[in-house]
Ligand binder design. Structure first.
Ligand code: FES
Length: 90
């Protein structure tokens, strides 16, 4: 028997976690995983709920410590940060 590691076992649709950004105080050099599916309960970061869906989180490592605004609607064109796309959601 073979195992297909790319098999979809968790069909998820990308959803809006929040119509707005999440401000996060980030630490320079620390790796963060931004949730792209919208289902994580640790928004805006991944908690693993995407597993088996084929959806992947986005890795982000800031170069300086500061407050950044992470996308909550999952529609940004500048992932993982907010670009205001939530303003055009209905
Ligand atoms: S839980 Fe959403 S990308 Fe991991």
């Amino acid at each position: 028997m073979t195992t297909d590691n790319n098999a979809i076992t968790n069909p998820l649709e990308i959803c809006v976690a929040q119509k707005g950004a999440y401000p996060v105080q980030v630490e320079a050099g620390k790796q963060y995983w931004w949730c792209t599916c919208g289902h994580s309960s640790k928004q805006p970061m991944c908690d693993g709920k995407h597993k088996g869906s084929g959806i992947k989180p986005v890795s982000f490592t800031p170069t300086k410590s500061e407050t950044l605004y992470f996308c909550g609607c999952k529609q940004t064109r500048t992932p993982p940060l907010c670009d205001g796309s939530h303003n055009s959601l209905k």
